[in-house]
Design a protein around this ligand. Structure first.
Ligand SMILES: C[S@@+](CC[C@H](N)C(=O)[O-])C[C@H]1O[C@@H](n2cnc3c(N)ncnc32)[C@H](O)[C@@H]1O
Length: 250
């Protein structure tokens, strides 16, 4: 029977995992893409340290769209007492479960689920909720942000692609009811790509502008919302403001 590490080497990975024996199993996008994960972990870890301090042993975390578990592993290794990862794709749950066994991280668990079906009455609430790389794959991003708020006890970190925004005024029914735009959403078609491991599961994607994201986060109940500064060596999408990481506090 093959060892767990042999099983990891027989699969292809989105992330360049450094396994405990010093090896890295094969990745399917090549190693260049790893820069986006490293940048995001650097930003996330700095945000957690600044807002929660270094002591994470009494805190739990939820990773929504946990994919193959790379961020959940980092969270567990950085000291969180328990980390739950949820992803819509069963293959990702299988892969991330294998990874957590390889690292021997008993405080990590994974389950399959659609973000739109998550409910705090079943899951409880978490000190930290992560939603990285998911929002722009969803047809109901506002519902997903409401879910993040419902599941969050303290801090929610959202990382997403954004689209250029529209601003201005709209005659909302008549010229007597003029309303300012609070942001906008761009429609992206992933309907032919739903087989892709990183893609939307329905194919209809509504991507927020930065204004739309910040405005919606406040409206669904977060009291403060900060856009995190990317480091100088950040992956180009973050450096050039095509993606943002946002910290939202209860
Ligand atoms: C671009 S990947 C991001 C993965 C990881 N969070 C990261 O930032 O590296 C998008 C992930 O969202 C998952 N996903 C797509 N639609 C979902 C949904 N409705 N509910 C939960 N997960 C979903 C996909 O299976 C995939 O793992």
């Amino acid at each position: 029977m093959s060892t767990l590490i042999e099983q990891a080497h027989s699969r292809e990975w989105f992330y360049a995992f450094d396994l405990p024996d010093g090896s890295t199993p094969p990745t399917y996008h090549g190693n260049d893409i790893q820069a986006i994960h490293d940048t995001r972990w650097k930003m996330l870890d700095g945000c957690l340290r600044q807002r929660l301090g270094d002591e994470r042993g009494s805190l739990n975390a939820l990773d929504l769209a946990s994919h193959q578990g790379w961020f959940a592993v980092k969270m567990a290794q950085s000291g969180f007492s328990s980390v739950l990862g949820i992803d819509a794709r069963k293959s990702h749950v299988d892969d991330s479960s294998l990874i957590s066994r390889i690292y021997g991280l008993d405080q990590l668990s994974f389950r399959r689920g659609d973000i739109h079906e998550q409910d705090p009455r079943d899951l409880g609430q978490f000190d930290v909720v992560l939603m990285l790389g998911l929002l722009y794959h969803l047809e109901n991003p506002i519902g997903a942000l409401r879910t993040c708020r419902a599941l969050c006890k303290n801090l929610c970190v959202i990382e997403t692609q954004i689209v250029p925004g529209m601003s201005g005024y709209v005659d909302f029914g008549s010229y007597q009811y003029v309303r300012p735009l609070k942001g906008s959403f761009g429609i992206i078609d992933e309907t032919d790509d739903t087989h892709g491991p990183e893609a939307s599961i329905t194919g209809i994607c509504l991507v927020p502008s930065l204004d739309a994201l910040l405005w919606t986060l406040r409206k669904v109940g977060f009291s403060s919302v900060d856009v995190l500064e990317p480091p100088d060596d950040a992956y180009e999408q973050l450096r050039h403001h095509k993606r943002v990481m946002v910290a939202a506090r209860i």
